[in-house]
Design a protein around this ligand. Structure first.
Ligand code: GTP
Ligand code: MG
Length: 322
């Protein structure tokens, strides 16, 4: 077997992102609403902390995009979690969703600004900036709202390189922007999650290591689907052996029957990203705390852990923090 997997830190902040961030800031004064797209499969990892700070004074709408690829109940829990924090949010499938659903939500966000201008006798053009990490679906979303293919899209990160204004109606314009990450991905669990869903350029990572980590994760959270999809015979295999199992199972072999782990890694990642293992959420919303129970009168409170100390739902069984 040819395996050169290296577990090195994942980070991706090329020059075009630093430039794109500056250009995004330049446009901010022109926009009324900022729509932030995150990936419904990994909402926590796919929200850029820099963006939140930059656009904090704007009307905002958070969209959990690619909801068709995420587990429905997990997405509902995330929406409840964000709403409880006062975040205006919705889930969406930019590939097959209905444009009028999101347009209505955007118009609601802009309604105050529209009313202010209407009071002065002016019909306002609402300008909306679409932001988010790479490959989350910003350009597909823009096209969906516009009912066209005006913005270039692609199943890899870093497709959009410049801001692009798209006029939807005489009174609604969207600004599609390049995907932004941040200078250092401190949390490598989140970095891996971003990499699994295709937010980080595959060229800057060790694909074999990534595929091995993903396979191990899938064996933890979707064993049956992973075993069936990759025809894995030894379900107890871990690490490089697990990738080799998938290669043998699916027949990704080189002359002499050697497992083709380069090809295997690429296909495992591609098939996961395309949703071939079914709807799957890798991160779960923190569980809601139960209201505190009052201790019965005349009785010493029992000295036991309250139920709401339950830790968060098993965090996508992502590898333990390093
Ligand atoms: N299943 C599914 N696929 C989607 C959805 N939105 C986008 N995609 C796909 O995801 C890939 C990335 O879409 P883009 O619109 O190019 O993503 P982007 O955020 O503009 O990416 P950058 O410009 O690179 O930052 C494409 O293959 C889209 O077809 C969605 O809601 N569901
Ligand atoms: Mg784009």
């Amino acid at each position: 077997m040819i395996l050169r997997a290296e577990d090195k830190a994942i980070n991706w902040y090329p020059g075009h992102m630093a430039r794109a961030k500056r250009k995004l800031v330049e446009q901010l004064s022109r926009v009324d609403v900022v729509v932030e797209l995150c990936d419904a499969r990994i909402p926590r990892a796919s929200r850029n902390p820099d963006l939140g700070e930059l656009v904090k004074n704007k009307k905002r709408l958070l969209i959990l995009n690619k909801a068709d690829l995420a587990d429905e109940a997990a997405t509902r829990a995330w929406l409840n979690h964000y709403r409880a924090q006062g975040v205006d949010c919705m889930s969406f499938d930019s590939a097959k969703g209905r444009a009028k659903d999101v347009i209505a939500r955007i118009e609601k966000c802009a309604s105050e600004a529209v009313a202010r201008m209407a009071a002065r006798g002016v019909k306002k053009t609402v300008r909306v900036m679409i932001v988010g990490v790479p490959n989350v679906g910003k350009s597909t979303f823009t096209n969906k709202v516009n009912g066209s293919s005006i913005a270039k899209t692609g199943d890899r990160p870093g497709v959009t390189r410049n801001n692009q204004w798209v006029r939807i109606t005489p009174y609604l314009e969207l600004l599609d922007t390049p995907g932004l990450l941040w200078p250092k991905l401190e949390n490598q669990n989140d970095a891996r999650a971003l990499a699994y869903v295709g937010t980080i350029n595959d060229m800057v990572m060790d694909q074999q290591m990534l595929a091995i980590n993903l396979l191990e994760l899938l064996m933890d959270i979707r064993r049956d689907a992973a075993v069936t999809r990759f025809k894995i015979k030894d379900a107890e295999a871990r690490g490089a052996k697990l990738l080799e199992e998938a290669c043998r199972g699916r027949g990704w072999l080189m002359p002499g029957g050697v497992a083709d782990t380069d090809r295997g890694s690429a296909v495992v990642l591609d098939e996961f990203r395309a949703g071939k293992l079914g709807r799957l959420s890798l991160q779960h919303a923190p569980q809601k705390k139960e209201p505190e129970k009052k201790a019965p009168e005349n009785k010493e409170p029992e000295n036991k852990e309250p139920e709401n100390k339950e830790p968060e739902k098993k965090e996508a069984a992502l590898p333990v923090e390093e």
